[in-house]
Design a protein. Structure first.
Length: 336
């Protein structure tokens, strides 16, 4: 039986990253609306199947795929399970298990992620369906007044309970505390909030006896708010991100896979590249992108059968660019 430490290490194989293909029904509908494609079960299966069948990307650059419940159970037209397509490419199937961020009662503009009820039973089922890892996203919004200590505490506690349940089931938890880019806050404010959040998350994980060698951390980069008048350079983002992790993330965590959090495809790649130019970090630093791996592919596909190859090509290109960024050797010239 493969243990969680081995799976966690495989998830952060050098040069590879994780594809987040776990968009909820509402989110994938928005993505499909943008290309005028109806969000039917068949269309969702087809689009994701094209990505998973892209051998070049899946075998060389993708270590794992986070799936939505529906996708974990789906098969392609030939009756082959999508999970098996992922496995055959040498990649690991994972599953999003949270039930989304809901408003924190009596706290204005703050959320807590739900989904702990019945999670033990769901994890058992997901394990039987082939999931090797899971994902739970906590959402921390920033303004002058938030986040409150209560919001950080509640989300960190939930992340730790989820992680302990995953490890009990032999599943690696992706721990995703996302400090949002939305807002006009400075990069310094993002640093402060991320530092407080990560400190609390690791405190809770330790309290819950979670084995840190058997997790994967999926945080935000330290970055200015989208509406911030000042735009920090990739070098500043990289330096502050690494400094923040050195203050908060224990060295036994095998790897850190960044979320893109609303950055464009190129921004997400460029910032990851700068982060990996900094030497002497104890973790493998990679990516777990959704939109930043899929935006061009989705646009190329347009829901048309004859565009499948173009869709695959766009996905393979983005995966390759991000793989280069994990080694700090990406450049803008390679984009063409």
């Amino acid at each position: 039986m493969t243990n969680i430490n081995e799976i966690a290490t495989q998830m952060v194989t050098p040069g590879k990253g994780i594809l987040a293909a776990d968009e909820s029904s509402g989110t994938i509908k928005k993505r499909f609306d943008s290309i005028n494609v109806e969000s039917t079960e068949e269309n969702r299966m087809n689009y994701r199947r094209i990505l998973f069948e892209t051998q070049e990307a899946m075998q060389n650059y993708i270590s794992g795929v986070i799936l939505f419940d529906e996708t974990l159970r789906q098969s392609n037209k030939d009756g082959k399970k999508l999970v098996d397509i992922i496995n055959d490419a040498g990649s690991l199937p994972g599953i999003k298990v949270d039930m989304g961020a809901k408003e924190l009662a009596l706290m204005s503009g703050e959320t807590v992620t739900e989904g702990l009820d019945g999670l033990r039973e769901r994890l058992e089922e997901y394990s039987n369906l082939g999931a090797k890892f899971a994902k739970w996203r906590a959402v921390i919004a920033i303004s002058d007044k938030i986040p409150s200590t209560l919001c950080i505490d509640a989300n960190s506690h939930a992340l730790a309970r989820y992680s302990a349940l995953c490890q009990e089931a032999g599943i690696v938890p992706i721990v995703e505390p996302e400090v949002l880019m939305d807002g006009s806050h400075t990069i310094e404010r993002c640093y402060e909030v991320t530092k407080d959040t990560l400190t609390k998350v690791f405190e809770e994980l330790t309290k819950h006896k979670v084995d840190l060698k058997g997790i994967c951390l999926k945080p935000n980069m330290i970055i200015d708010g989208k509406e911030c008048s000042k735009k920090s350079s990739s070098e500043e983002i990289a330096k502050m991100t690494i400094n923040c992790f050195k203050e908060t993330v224990p060295s036994e965590v095998p790897g850190i896979v960044f979320l893109s959090g609303g950055q464009s495809e190129i921004e997400a790649t460029e910032n990851l590249n700068e982060i990996n130019k900094i030497e002497g970090t104890p973790w493998n630093l990679s990516f777990s992108y959704g939109r930043a791996l899929q935006a061009s592919a989705l646009k190329a596909w347009q829901g048309n059968h004859e565009n499948e190859e173009a869709c695959s090509k766009a996905f393979a290109h983005r995966a390759k660019m991000n793989s280069l960024a994990t080694k700090g050797v990406w450049s803008k010239e390679q984009e063409n």
